[in-house]
Design a protein around this ligand. Structure first.
Ligand SMILES: [Zn+2]
Length: 331
């Protein structure tokens, strides 16, 4: 598999940040990279060391061992009041791996490398997230790009699971199937680790939903057809509603503009998938001198939403009806 250059590795990091709905600023594009990443409510300064993950190679190394070979760095330097990431990228499995700074804070020896098992990379590829306890309580973590921001937010708590075997087993079970362990099973006594398990579960559920919906719609907005990586997975019936679920047929791919318009009941679609514009709302906005762009807005819309080829993945009629009622449409 290809070995990526440092700019290519940086690009993988920044794309993952954007795909999670976060933004970033470059503070240093020399390695180690430094970024300010932010959402509407949170921000972190991040220092990222990153290398390609390669097979251990040679007959002296275990056959299932993958590793990063540390080059150009004599010692990892902690970023005060920020997050320090030690990352690898596996182009074989399309996952990141991350090691715990606390176990690698002294001067590195000659030809230093950090290891992770092939099985952990494979599990991260299939499940989205996987952990590997290295025998000394150090936890190496592997995950798909969709989990990178969640990893950055909780990395201290995540790596600390290496010291608590039963909680680590539970984290592994949630990673393997985020729909399996129920609320009672994850109600462990340590509140911080419980919170971390809940957020891993939520993250895996939503990234799973997002991946399924975007794939079903070919990464195109169902309302207007735009791609350009500006497309999100919107819930038809919100998950905050008791009947809302993460099934693909409760989702629709939508660009940012039409997602907001759908959630605000400026547009919708009915049980025959025809799109409707809320002309009452537009007239009210016109009266407030806020109706600019209404004609272009109408013109950009399809007559009927674009639908997945697989009928089982199309929006469920029952969900469409309830959602339209809840959003005040008298269709
Ligand atoms: Zn759109």
């Amino acid at each position: 598999m290809a070995r990526l250059s440092k700019p290519q590795l940086l690009s993988l990091v920044t794309v993952a940040i954007n795909e999670a709905g976060w933004r970033f600023l470059y503070l240093s594009d020399a390695h180690p990279f430094e970024l300010q990443i932010y959402s509407d409510v949170e921000t972190y300064r991040v220092r990222a060391y990153i290398w390609n993950i390669t097979h251990g190679g040679g007959s002296q190394r275990p056959a299932n061992e993958y590793r990063i070979q540390i080059t150009g760095v004599e010692q990892f330097v902690w970023l005060d009041e920020g997050k320090t990431l030690i990352l690898g990228w596996s182009d074989d499995f399309h996952v990141f791996a991350a090691w715990d700074f606390n176990y690698h804070d002294s001067t590195l020896g000659s030809s230093p490398s950090l290891q992770i098992h092939q099985s952990t990379l494979e599990s991260a590829y299939t499940d989205g997230f996987a952990v590997h306890e290295k025998g000394n309580q150090e936890l190496a973590i592997a995950f798909r790009p969709a989990f990178l921001v969640d990893y950055i937010r909780s990395l201290e708590s995540l790596h600390a699971f290496g010291q608590y075997q039963s909680d680590l087993n539970l984290l592994g079970a949630v990673a393997h199937d985020p729909y399996a362990p129920n609320d009672a099973e994850i109600a462990i006594t340590d509140i911080q680790r419980q919170t971390t398990i809940r957020s891993v579960r939520q993250s895996l559920r939503s990234s799973n939903f997002r991946a399924r919906v975007l794939s079903a719609y070919d990464h195109k907005c169902a309302f207007c057809g735009v791609q350009l990586n500006l497309v999100q997975a919107a819930h038809i019936l919100p998950v905050s509603h008791e009947a809302g679920t993460d099934e693909t047929f409760n989702g629709i791919a939508s660009c940012y503009l039409h997602h907001a318009a759908y959630d605000r009941a400026l547009i919708t679609f009915d049980e025959t998938y025809h799109i409707h514009v809320n002309e009452t709302q537009i007239a009210e906005l016109m009266n407030l001198n806020r109706g600019g762009g209404a004609d272009q807005f109408r013109e950009a819309l399809h007559q009927i939403i674009a639908l997945p080829a697989d009928k089982a993945l199309r929006p469920h009629v029952g969900y469409i009806e309830i959602a339209n009622d809840l959003r005040g449409w008298g269709l």
